[in-house]
Design a protein around this ligand. Structure first.
Ligand code: FE2
Length: 361
Protein backbone atom coordinates (compact mmCIF):
# COMPACT_ATOMS: atom_id res chain seq x y z
CA UNK A 1 0.00 0.00 0.00
CA UNK A 2 1.45 3.43 -0.92
CA UNK A 3 2.37 5.72 1.96
CA UNK A 4 -0.45 8.02 3.02
CA UNK A 5 0.61 11.53 2.01
CA UNK A 6 -1.20 14.76 2.82
CA UNK A 7 -0.65 18.39 1.92
CA UNK A 8 -0.15 20.99 4.64
CA UNK A 9 -3.88 21.70 4.30
CA UNK A 10 -4.73 18.06 5.05
CA UNK A 11 -5.64 16.88 1.54
CA UNK A 12 -4.65 13.30 0.67
CA UNK A 13 -2.39 13.14 -2.39
CA UNK A 14 -2.14 10.07 -4.60
CA UNK A 15 0.32 9.51 -7.42
CA UNK A 16 -1.43 8.80 -10.69
CA UNK A 17 0.66 5.66 -11.18
CA UNK A 18 -0.52 4.30 -7.85
CA UNK A 19 -4.10 4.87 -8.93
CA UNK A 20 -3.48 2.53 -11.87
CA UNK A 21 -1.33 0.01 -10.04
CA UNK A 22 -4.07 -2.25 -8.70
CA UNK A 23 -2.86 -1.63 -5.14
CA UNK A 24 -5.34 -1.48 -2.29
CA UNK A 25 -6.08 2.22 -1.78
CA UNK A 26 -9.15 1.87 0.39
CA UNK A 27 -7.34 3.47 3.34
CA UNK A 28 -6.57 6.49 1.17
CA UNK A 29 -10.20 6.70 0.07
CA UNK A 30 -11.34 6.44 3.66
CA UNK A 31 -8.93 9.13 4.79
CA UNK A 32 -9.78 11.49 1.92
CA UNK A 33 -13.42 10.87 1.10
CA UNK A 34 -14.83 8.34 3.52
CA UNK A 35 -15.64 7.95 7.16
CA UNK A 36 -12.32 9.04 8.63
CA UNK A 37 -12.89 11.87 11.14
CA UNK A 38 -10.23 13.88 9.32
CA UNK A 39 -11.61 13.36 5.79
CA UNK A 40 -12.08 16.64 3.90
CA UNK A 41 -14.00 15.19 0.97
CA UNK A 42 -11.20 16.01 -1.45
CA UNK A 43 -8.35 14.02 -2.99
CA UNK A 44 -5.51 15.21 -5.24
CA UNK A 45 -4.16 13.00 -8.04
CA UNK A 46 -0.62 14.08 -8.90
CA UNK A 47 1.45 13.69 -12.06
CA UNK A 48 -1.39 12.92 -14.46
CA UNK A 49 0.23 12.71 -17.91
CA UNK A 50 -0.60 15.65 -20.19
CA UNK A 51 -2.52 17.49 -17.48
CA UNK A 52 -0.36 20.60 -17.50
CA UNK A 53 -0.54 21.42 -21.24
CA UNK A 54 -4.21 20.49 -21.56
CA UNK A 55 -5.11 22.59 -18.51
CA UNK A 56 -3.15 25.54 -19.83
CA UNK A 57 -4.76 25.35 -23.25
CA UNK A 58 -8.33 25.06 -21.97
CA UNK A 59 -7.98 27.83 -19.40
CA UNK A 60 -6.43 30.15 -21.98
CA UNK A 61 -9.44 29.50 -24.22
CA UNK A 62 -11.72 30.32 -21.30
CA UNK A 63 -9.98 33.65 -20.86
CA UNK A 64 -10.16 34.34 -24.59
CA UNK A 65 -13.86 33.52 -24.64
CA UNK A 66 -14.50 35.81 -21.64
CA UNK A 67 -13.30 38.78 -23.69
CA UNK A 68 -15.87 38.31 -26.45
CA UNK A 69 -18.70 40.83 -26.53
CA UNK A 70 -21.67 39.70 -24.49
CA UNK A 71 -23.99 39.54 -27.49
CA UNK A 72 -21.54 37.18 -29.19
CA UNK A 73 -21.22 34.99 -26.10
CA UNK A 74 -25.00 34.82 -25.96
CA UNK A 75 -25.06 33.06 -29.35
CA UNK A 76 -24.50 29.76 -27.53
CA UNK A 77 -26.83 30.48 -24.59
CA UNK A 78 -29.40 27.71 -24.49
CA UNK A 79 -32.60 28.31 -22.55
CA UNK A 80 -33.98 24.92 -23.64
CA UNK A 81 -31.44 23.24 -21.34
CA UNK A 82 -31.95 25.70 -18.46
CA UNK A 83 -28.73 27.37 -19.63
CA UNK A 84 -26.72 24.25 -18.75
CA UNK A 85 -25.50 23.89 -22.32
CA UNK A 86 -23.32 26.55 -23.93
CA UNK A 87 -22.83 29.97 -22.31
CA UNK A 88 -24.46 30.92 -19.02
CA UNK A 89 -24.13 34.20 -17.16
CA UNK A 90 -26.59 35.49 -14.58
CA UNK A 91 -28.98 32.56 -14.99
CA UNK A 92 -28.13 30.59 -11.87
CA UNK A 93 -29.28 31.87 -8.53
CA UNK A 94 -26.72 31.83 -5.76
CA UNK A 95 -27.35 33.30 -2.31
CA UNK A 96 -30.77 34.59 -3.45
CA UNK A 97 -29.30 36.60 -6.33
CA UNK A 98 -28.57 36.02 -10.01
CA UNK A 99 -24.94 35.02 -10.23
CA UNK A 100 -23.12 37.55 -12.39
CA UNK A 101 -19.70 37.08 -10.83
CA UNK A 102 -18.77 34.30 -13.22
CA UNK A 103 -19.57 33.04 -16.68
CA UNK A 104 -19.77 29.33 -17.42
CA UNK A 105 -19.53 27.35 -20.60
CA UNK A 106 -21.15 23.91 -20.41
CA UNK A 107 -20.74 20.97 -22.79
CA UNK A 108 -20.42 17.22 -22.79
CA UNK A 109 -16.81 16.53 -23.81
CA UNK A 110 -17.50 12.84 -24.47
CA UNK A 111 -20.19 13.19 -27.11
CA UNK A 112 -21.36 15.99 -29.36
CA UNK A 113 -24.98 14.95 -29.38
CA UNK A 114 -27.12 12.63 -27.25
CA UNK A 115 -27.61 9.07 -28.38
CA UNK A 116 -30.95 7.28 -28.37
CA UNK A 117 -32.98 10.16 -27.08
CA UNK A 118 -36.59 11.10 -27.77
CA UNK A 119 -38.51 14.34 -27.66
CA UNK A 120 -40.23 13.11 -24.53
CA UNK A 121 -36.93 12.42 -22.78
CA UNK A 122 -35.45 15.68 -24.04
CA UNK A 123 -38.39 17.58 -22.59
CA UNK A 124 -38.09 15.77 -19.28
CA UNK A 125 -34.29 16.00 -18.96
CA UNK A 126 -33.31 19.14 -20.86
CA UNK A 127 -30.09 19.52 -18.91
CA UNK A 128 -28.43 16.59 -20.64
CA UNK A 129 -30.20 15.62 -23.81
CA UNK A 130 -29.27 18.45 -26.17
CA UNK A 131 -26.46 18.84 -28.68
CA UNK A 132 -23.41 20.79 -27.55
CA UNK A 133 -23.40 24.46 -28.56
CA UNK A 134 -19.88 25.67 -29.45
CA UNK A 135 -18.71 29.19 -30.22
CA UNK A 136 -18.09 29.76 -33.91
CA UNK A 137 -14.56 28.41 -34.59
CA UNK A 138 -13.29 31.73 -35.94
CA UNK A 139 -14.14 33.49 -32.66
CA UNK A 140 -12.01 31.33 -30.35
CA UNK A 141 -10.01 28.92 -32.52
CA UNK A 142 -9.38 25.58 -30.80
CA UNK A 143 -11.97 26.16 -28.06
CA UNK A 144 -13.92 22.94 -28.65
CA UNK A 145 -10.83 20.79 -28.98
CA UNK A 146 -9.23 22.18 -25.82
CA UNK A 147 -12.46 21.73 -23.87
CA UNK A 148 -12.97 18.14 -25.00
CA UNK A 149 -9.39 16.99 -24.56
CA UNK A 150 -9.21 18.21 -20.99
CA UNK A 151 -12.66 16.83 -20.23
CA UNK A 152 -11.75 13.38 -21.58
CA UNK A 153 -8.56 13.32 -19.54
CA UNK A 154 -10.39 14.16 -16.30
CA UNK A 155 -13.06 11.59 -17.10
CA UNK A 156 -10.48 8.83 -17.53
CA UNK A 157 -8.75 9.71 -14.26
CA UNK A 158 -12.12 9.87 -12.53
CA UNK A 159 -12.96 6.35 -13.70
CA UNK A 160 -9.68 5.10 -12.23
CA UNK A 161 -10.51 6.79 -8.94
CA UNK A 162 -14.03 5.34 -9.03
CA UNK A 163 -12.56 1.81 -9.05
CA UNK A 164 -11.07 2.49 -5.65
CA UNK A 165 -14.29 4.11 -4.41
CA UNK A 166 -16.09 0.92 -5.49
CA UNK A 167 -13.65 -1.13 -3.42
CA UNK A 168 -14.23 1.12 -0.42
CA UNK A 169 -18.02 0.95 -0.77
CA UNK A 170 -17.80 -2.84 -1.04
CA UNK A 171 -16.37 -2.89 2.48
CA UNK A 172 -19.43 -1.09 3.86
CA UNK A 173 -22.50 -1.73 1.71
CA UNK A 174 -24.09 -5.16 1.10
CA UNK A 175 -23.68 -6.38 -2.46
CA UNK A 176 -27.39 -6.25 -3.26
CA UNK A 177 -27.56 -2.57 -2.30
CA UNK A 178 -24.43 -1.35 -4.11
CA UNK A 179 -24.42 1.02 -7.08
CA UNK A 180 -21.37 0.13 -9.20
CA UNK A 181 -19.59 3.41 -9.83
CA UNK A 182 -17.19 2.53 -12.62
CA UNK A 183 -19.84 0.77 -14.63
CA UNK A 184 -22.34 3.59 -14.17
CA UNK A 185 -19.86 6.34 -15.03
CA UNK A 186 -18.67 4.81 -18.30
CA UNK A 187 -21.74 5.89 -20.25
CA UNK A 188 -21.28 9.40 -21.60
CA UNK A 189 -24.89 10.63 -21.56
CA UNK A 190 -24.85 12.80 -18.45
CA UNK A 191 -21.21 13.83 -18.29
CA UNK A 192 -20.95 17.61 -18.07
CA UNK A 193 -17.91 19.82 -18.41
CA UNK A 194 -17.93 23.39 -17.14
CA UNK A 195 -15.32 25.96 -18.10
CA UNK A 196 -15.57 28.85 -15.67
CA UNK A 197 -14.38 32.43 -15.88
CA UNK A 198 -14.60 34.44 -12.67
CA UNK A 199 -14.56 38.11 -13.52
CA UNK A 200 -12.48 40.75 -11.85
CA UNK A 201 -14.23 42.70 -9.17
CA UNK A 202 -16.34 45.63 -10.32
CA UNK A 203 -18.35 48.54 -9.10
CA UNK A 204 -21.46 46.36 -8.85
CA UNK A 205 -20.06 44.46 -5.90
CA UNK A 206 -20.39 46.01 -2.48
CA UNK A 207 -17.45 45.86 -0.11
CA UNK A 208 -19.48 43.52 2.11
CA UNK A 209 -19.99 41.11 -0.76
CA UNK A 210 -16.31 41.26 -1.58
CA UNK A 211 -15.49 40.12 1.93
CA UNK A 212 -18.00 37.26 2.04
CA UNK A 213 -16.25 33.91 2.21
CA UNK A 214 -18.53 32.57 -0.54
CA UNK A 215 -18.44 35.70 -2.68
CA UNK A 216 -17.47 33.90 -5.93
CA UNK A 217 -19.64 30.81 -5.54
CA UNK A 218 -22.05 30.20 -2.66
CA UNK A 219 -21.90 27.29 -0.23
CA UNK A 220 -23.26 24.13 -1.83
CA UNK A 221 -22.73 20.47 -2.54
CA UNK A 222 -22.35 19.32 -6.13
CA UNK A 223 -25.01 17.33 -7.89
CA UNK A 224 -22.63 14.77 -9.39
CA UNK A 225 -21.12 11.46 -8.35
CA UNK A 226 -17.58 12.82 -8.71
CA UNK A 227 -16.36 16.29 -9.63
CA UNK A 228 -12.89 16.67 -11.12
CA UNK A 229 -11.27 20.11 -10.90
CA UNK A 230 -8.12 21.66 -12.26
CA UNK A 231 -6.01 24.17 -10.42
CA UNK A 232 -7.34 27.67 -11.24
CA UNK A 233 -5.38 30.04 -13.45
CA UNK A 234 -5.27 33.69 -12.37
CA UNK A 235 -4.65 36.64 -14.65
CA UNK A 236 -4.31 40.37 -14.36
CA UNK A 237 -4.78 42.36 -17.57
CA UNK A 238 -4.19 39.22 -19.60
CA UNK A 239 -0.99 38.16 -17.85
CA UNK A 240 -0.84 35.05 -15.71
CA UNK A 241 -0.28 35.69 -12.01
CA UNK A 242 1.45 32.80 -10.29
CA UNK A 243 1.15 32.19 -6.57
CA UNK A 244 -2.22 33.92 -6.12
CA UNK A 245 -3.84 30.67 -5.12
CA UNK A 246 -1.22 29.94 -2.50
CA UNK A 247 -1.48 33.44 -1.06
CA UNK A 248 -5.24 33.22 -0.75
CA UNK A 249 -6.83 29.82 -1.46
CA UNK A 250 -10.14 30.23 -3.24
CA UNK A 251 -11.73 26.85 -2.51
CA UNK A 252 -13.19 26.59 0.98
CA UNK A 253 -14.54 23.36 2.45
CA UNK A 254 -16.51 22.66 5.58
CA UNK A 255 -15.81 19.19 6.89
CA UNK A 256 -18.43 17.07 8.61
CA UNK A 257 -17.64 18.71 11.93
CA UNK A 258 -18.23 22.16 10.51
CA UNK A 259 -14.57 23.13 10.50
CA UNK A 260 -13.53 25.44 7.68
CA UNK A 261 -10.57 24.45 5.47
CA UNK A 262 -8.87 26.42 2.71
CA UNK A 263 -7.69 24.24 -0.15
CA UNK A 264 -5.21 25.15 -2.90
CA UNK A 265 -5.05 22.75 -5.83
CA UNK A 266 -1.45 22.47 -7.12
CA UNK A 267 -1.00 22.92 -10.86
CA UNK A 268 0.29 19.39 -11.33
CA UNK A 269 -2.72 17.81 -9.59
CA UNK A 270 -6.30 17.06 -10.45
CA UNK A 271 -8.65 17.45 -7.52
CA UNK A 272 -11.70 15.24 -7.03
CA UNK A 273 -14.56 15.89 -4.66
CA UNK A 274 -17.88 14.17 -4.09
CA UNK A 275 -21.38 15.15 -5.09
CA UNK A 276 -24.66 14.50 -3.36
CA UNK A 277 -25.75 11.81 -5.83
CA UNK A 278 -22.80 9.71 -4.69
CA UNK A 279 -23.62 10.32 -1.06
CA UNK A 280 -27.06 8.88 -1.78
CA UNK A 281 -25.70 6.00 -3.88
CA UNK A 282 -23.11 5.01 -1.26
CA UNK A 283 -25.73 5.12 1.49
CA UNK A 284 -23.82 7.91 3.18
CA UNK A 285 -20.48 6.13 3.37
CA UNK A 286 -19.01 8.72 1.01
CA UNK A 287 -20.16 12.20 2.02
CA UNK A 288 -20.79 15.05 -0.41
CA UNK A 289 -18.24 17.84 -0.16
CA UNK A 290 -19.72 21.09 1.15
CA UNK A 291 -17.77 23.91 -0.46
CA UNK A 292 -17.70 27.45 -1.81
CA UNK A 293 -15.34 29.72 -3.71
CA UNK A 294 -13.99 32.89 -2.10
CA UNK A 295 -13.20 35.92 -4.21
CA UNK A 296 -9.56 36.87 -4.44
CA UNK A 297 -8.73 39.82 -2.16
CA UNK A 298 -7.07 41.40 -5.20
CA UNK A 299 -9.94 42.91 -7.26
CA UNK A 300 -7.79 43.09 -10.37
CA UNK A 301 -7.50 39.31 -10.68
CA UNK A 302 -9.70 37.13 -12.82
CA UNK A 303 -9.78 33.36 -12.50
CA UNK A 304 -10.33 30.51 -14.92
CA UNK A 305 -10.88 26.90 -14.08
CA UNK A 306 -12.45 23.72 -15.41
CA UNK A 307 -14.75 21.25 -13.68
CA UNK A 308 -15.96 17.91 -14.96
CA UNK A 309 -19.04 16.31 -13.42
CA UNK A 310 -19.02 12.53 -13.68
CA UNK A 311 -22.57 11.29 -13.47
CA UNK A 312 -24.51 8.06 -14.02
CA UNK A 313 -27.29 7.22 -16.49
CA UNK A 314 -30.60 8.94 -15.89
CA UNK A 315 -32.41 5.66 -15.27
CA UNK A 316 -29.95 4.36 -12.69
CA UNK A 317 -31.49 3.96 -9.26
CA UNK A 318 -29.14 5.76 -6.94
CA UNK A 319 -31.11 5.57 -3.77
CA UNK A 320 -33.12 2.95 -1.90
CA UNK A 321 -34.64 4.39 1.20
CA UNK A 322 -34.56 2.24 4.27
CA UNK A 323 -35.35 4.46 7.25
CA UNK A 324 -33.88 1.89 9.60
CA UNK A 325 -30.49 1.99 7.94
CA UNK A 326 -30.06 5.39 6.39
CA UNK A 327 -31.25 8.90 7.00
CA UNK A 328 -31.73 10.71 3.71
CA UNK A 329 -29.55 13.83 4.12
CA UNK A 330 -31.46 15.87 1.56
CA UNK A 331 -34.91 15.25 2.94
CA UNK A 332 -36.20 14.58 -0.56
CA UNK A 333 -39.62 13.27 -1.50
CA UNK A 334 -41.63 10.42 -0.10
CA UNK A 335 -40.62 7.75 -2.65
CA UNK A 336 -38.60 4.76 -1.57
CA UNK A 337 -36.32 4.79 -4.60
CA UNK A 338 -34.89 7.54 -6.73
CA UNK A 339 -33.20 7.47 -10.11
CA UNK A 340 -30.46 9.90 -11.06
CA UNK A 341 -32.90 11.50 -13.49
CA UNK A 342 -35.47 12.10 -10.77
CA UNK A 343 -32.78 13.52 -8.54
CA UNK A 344 -31.67 15.86 -11.35
CA UNK A 345 -35.19 17.15 -11.85
CA UNK A 346 -35.40 18.15 -8.21
CA UNK A 347 -32.01 19.85 -8.07
CA UNK A 348 -32.25 21.82 -11.30
CA UNK A 349 -35.78 22.90 -10.50
CA UNK A 350 -34.54 24.41 -7.24
CA UNK A 351 -31.47 26.14 -8.60
CA UNK A 352 -33.12 28.35 -11.12
CA UNK A 353 -35.62 29.87 -8.73
CA UNK A 354 -35.05 32.45 -6.03
CA UNK A 355 -34.09 30.29 -3.12
CA UNK A 356 -30.95 28.94 -1.60
CA UNK A 357 -30.51 25.36 -2.67
CA UNK A 358 -28.12 22.61 -3.51
CA UNK A 359 -26.25 23.79 -6.57
CA UNK A 360 -26.27 21.87 -9.80
CA UNK A 361 -22.52 22.01 -9.89
FE1 FE2 B 1 -19.28 23.02 -6.74
Amino acid sequence: MPKLEKTDQGVVVLEYQDLLSGKDLTKHIQEALGNSPTALGVIFIRHVPNLLPLREEALLKSLEHSKLPRFIQEETAHPQSNFLTGWSLGKEWVNQKPDISKGSFYANPLQQEPIQTTEELRARFPVYLHDNQWPRPDLVPGFQDAFCQLGKLIHSVGLSLAQHCDAYIAQHVPKEARVPLVESLQGPATTKGRLLHYYTNDANSSSAEQEDEDSWCGWHVDHSFLTGLTSPRYTREGQEVLGAELDSPSLLIRDRWGTLHSVSIPQDCLSFQLGQALELASQGHLLATYHCVRRSPDPTLSRDTFALFLQPPLDLTIFHRDPNLFKNPSGMGPSTTMTFGEYTEQVVGRNHVKEKATAFS
